[in-house]
Design a protein around this ligand. Structure first.
Ligand code: MN
Ligand code: MN
Length: 344
């Protein structure tokens, strides 16, 4: 049974808006401790800017900015997730002087500028949350695709800046969980299908029967422990986001990641109207437009039919016929060789 397309789209929009809302909400208290937050805000629950970045009310940070840059690159390439296109998009984003940028992101984008190689070398140290926080457009663009393809696309975008097994595990977990929620799966189902296997494969991610993860750092493991405790143990979109950002630490990023999951899970109606009103209108529109564009990639049956046709015996002729104009142009300029998702 394929899910109702209108319901899928509404949840996709909620996931993208949830990401931006969590980023904007959390940025106010990023790098504060829970005690400092309590002292200054009581419970922090309004989108009002400020914080160490001195943001305007409703302004978002690199978490949303990089996701939008990635989404734009995917849309410009007919829904394909290609490492070089991602690297160029992130590089252009960095040149535009974003309000904040992670150390690992900056270092590996400078490496890309110097080498032209979009994939960073594998590193045990690059286990920050910077690839996970921006993965949502991949989840939307690959919705309905085989799981192996989704995982490969996650790694293609991630490895531009974070080539690390723990980061990969988080990115793939997030994309697949969002897709399950888009299909209408419950939190209990996603717990069985995704959360339990994540912790079984990577015990560092264990988050239950553990102290409340406060002051989560930018290490993807601490980030995800705070997110998972909030998503699994706190019901409702607003309560979940308020819980996670009041833990302080990398609060804009825990907010963004919890927001994408909780948005997909609870849907459009669950997003607080006062938060949507406070969010930068240009960001709000961009998130909704990208959600629509990314989820509206050719429908699964159409894509399947096209790829069947391409496997026909007259392979040469068929592949000519199946090649989209954009792809043709790219092949001619000789840039497509290293762009296959899953090259990792
Ligand atoms: Mn940020
Ligand atoms: Mn952050």
């Amino acid at each position: 049974m394929s899910p109702d397309p209108a319901a899928v789209l509404a949840r996709a929009e909620a996931a993208y808006l949830g990401l931006a809302l969590g980023d904007a909400l959390g940025a106010t208290v990023e790098f504060m401790t829970p005690r400092e937050i309590a002292h200054h805000h009581g419970v922090h629950r309004e989108i009002g800017g400020g914080g160490w970045l001195r943001l305007a009310p409703g302004q978002v940070t690199d978490d949303t900015g990089m996701a939008l840059a990635l989404g734009q690159a995917i849309l410009a390439h007919d829904g394909r997730i290609e490492a070089l296109a991602c690297a160029r998009a992130f590089d252009a984003w960095m040149r535009a002087r974003p309000v904040d940028i992670g150390n690992t992101v900056r270092r590996n984008l400078i490496r890309f500028r110097n080498t032209g190689e979009p994939e960073a070398p594998a590193s045990d140290h690059d286990a920050g949350n910077g690839a996970a926080m921006r993965v949502l457009p991949v989840a939307l663009a690959t919705f309905g695709r085989p799981e192996a393809e989704v995982r490969a696309a996650c790694r293609a975008q991630a490895h531009v800046t974070h080539h690390n097994a723990m980061s990969d595990a988080a990115c793939e977990f997030l994309a697949l969980s969002v897709q399950d929620f888009l299909r209408g799966d419950s939190l209990q189902q996603v717990f069985r299908q995704r959360i339990r296997p994540l912790v079984a494969a990577h015990p560092a991610y264990a988050f239950r029967d553990r102290p409340r993860r406060e002051n989560p750092s930018g290490w993807v493991v601490e980030t995800m422990q705070a997110v998972l405790q909030a998503v699994v143990d706190v019901g409702g979109f607003e309560h979940c986001l308020v819980d996670v950002v009041n833990r302080g630490g990398d609060a804009d990023t825990t907010g963004a990641i919890a927001g994408m999951l909780a948005g997909a899970l609870y849907g459009r109606e669950a997003l607080p109207a006062r938060w949507l009103k406070a969010l930068d209108p240009a960001v709000r529109e961009a998130c909704m437009a990208q959600a629509r564009g990314l989820i509206a990639q050719p429908s699964l049956p159409a894509r399947e039919a096209a790829s069947q046709a391409c496997r026909a015996p007259a392979r040469e002729a068929a592949s000519q016929a199946c090649r989209a104009p954009a792809r043709e142009a790219e092949t001619q300029t000789g840039t497509s060789a290293d762009l296959v998702p899953g090259k990792s």
